[in-house]
Structure formats: structure tokens, C-alpha cells
Design a protein around this ligand. Sequence first.
Ligand SMILES: Nc1ncnc2c1ncn2[C@@H]1O[C@H](COP(=O)(O)OP(=O)(O)OP(=O)(O)O)[C@@H](O)[C@H]1O
Ligand SMILES: [Mg+2]
Length: 295
Amino acid sequence: MLARGLAKHFRDVRAVDGVDFAVAPNECVGFLGPNGAGKTTLMRLIYSALRKTAGELSVFGLTPMQQRKQINAGVGVVFQENNLDEDLNAAECLLIHALYCGLSFRTARRRAAELLEWMALSPKARSTIRTLSGGMVRRLMIARALLHSPRLLILDEPTTGLDPQVRHTIWAALRELKRQGMTILLTTHYMEEAQQLSDRVLIMDRGRIILSGPPNELIGQHLERYVLQASGLTEVPAATDGIRHERAGDADCFYSNAEPLLQALYDRLPTRSAVLRHANLEDVFLKFTGRGLHE
Ligand SMILES: Nc1ncnc2c1ncn2[C@@H]1O[C@H](COP(=O)(O)OP(=O)(O)OP(=O)(O)O)[C@@H](O)[C@H]1O
Ligand SMILES: [Mg+2]
């Protein structure tokens, strides 16, 4: 997949404002960015739900919109919003979608059963979607996206609102798909999700890609190794050599490559609501997208 100067404007909103990136087969790329950054719009351009305003985009060497059918034969999409028909049961939902994708009735039935089983939903095959939990609905949406055996899977916030256990189950499933050779594009607000699954992340802000690279490289390049994060400090300790201080909302962050320096600072803090930890992708995200709200 290749994008060059790709843009999508809605009247005066530059939802995607000239992005360049490439995705190699079997890569898992995470798209991060604050609300309204343009992640969903970008995904929709890739699966031909929107027409680009400017620039170039090719998917499997084909042109979205013009060659929408050929492209979407190889693309599975898990939408940000649940759009399943609540009145169907889980098995019917998959069967109907598989037939819609052009599978024969026999293949459709087989794939539906296989994917229900794989997503641990077989016991719920006859349950109406309305009665399923949020985690089950999400797993069903992933199963639905895989019915036609796509080679590219697009997931728009696959685990938003789900409990940690379901989230881990979904991550395990995505890792298995990746092992089988699937190319995965994923948008998320969960930095841990991005860090766990992505070979590379692209951080977007206001329609542009402001940073990209493998999560660990980004952390190593842009931050000190350790962070002491404290909340509720009434007085910030005097500056110490080798420690950088930043205020983040109501929290104070102290960064350093020397853990003992932060440990000493930790011991001096009047508050116990402080943690000393490794710098992570969330710190990079906040550093580059600003700590305040844009909207
Ligand atoms: N169909 C549309 N018509 C007009 N404006 C739109 C449309 N779709 C998106 N936008 C605007 O484009 C910008 C990018 O929206 P988009 O949904 O792509 O962001 P996002 O990064 O997916 O955000 P979130 O994290 O909240 O899902 C926003 O300002 C949004 O209001
Ligand atoms: Mg979105």
C-alpha cells in the first residue's frame, strides 16, 4: 500500500491533509492520534468508502474507488461503530455477510462455523445479537471481517470500551492472524495495544502524520528511559541536573536516563501517589500531540 500527498477535505475541514506512507505485506501498522486526527477518514479512503480530494493512493497496486471491487475482495474491515443487525443471531449475521461477499452457500456455512469457533462464539451461534455483550459483538465483527479470507485487515479501534480480558483475547487473535501472514492496519487510542501489536506506528494529528516508526525506536529516540510521574504535588522540587520536568494536566513528570536520580527524587516527594516506570509510547504520544485538548 502506498500513499503520496493523500488528502481528504470535507468543505473547510482538512480531515486528511497530505499524508505519505507505505505498508508492506504482513506488516502491522498502528495509527494513533487524538480524536478528530483523521484516522477513520484515512481508513475509509483505503477501503473505498470515500473519494480522495488529492494525492495518490494504491492498495495491492490498485486504485481505490476505481477498482473498489477487486480491492475489497482482499480487505476485511472492522468498523469503529458496531453496525450489526441486532435482530439477527450470530450465525445468521455471518452467513448473510458471507453470501453478500459472494461465497457459495456451502462455503459460507463452513466459514461462519469456523470463525464462530475461532472467536469462541459457537455457544452463542443462535443468540440474538441484541443479547450479546460488548466483547462478543466486537469478536463477531472481527469474525465477519474475515469471512472472505482477506489478506488485509483494517480495524478501527477494535477494543474501545472493552474489558482488559476481552482486549487480551482480541490481541491474541490478531497476533495469530499476523503469524498467518495477514497485513493489519489498526487505529487505537490504547498505547499499550499499539505497542503490543504494531511493527510500526504512525502518529497523526490534524490530518497529518507527525511521527512514525517502530514503538520502541520512537521511545528510545524521543524520550529518556525512565519517568517518575506524580500527581497532587503542591510544590515542584527544585531542578536537578539530569532530570527534565514537564507538567501534564495535574500530573508532574520527571524524565531521566538515570534511574537512581529518579529513585532519590521519589524518596523525597511528599506524595505517595507517584510511580517510577519505563518511558512508554503514551509519553511519546503526549509529547508530540500536546497534553491539552484540541477540540
Ligand atoms: N463525513 C464527514 N463530513 C464532515 N466532516 C467529517 C466527516 N467525517 C469526518 N469529518 C471530520 O474530519 C475530521 C477527522 O475525523 P475522523 O473521524 O477521521 O477522526 P479520527 O481520528 O477517526 O477521530 P476519533 O479518534 O474520534 O475516531 C474531524 O474533524 C471530523 O469532524
Ligand atoms: Mg475514528
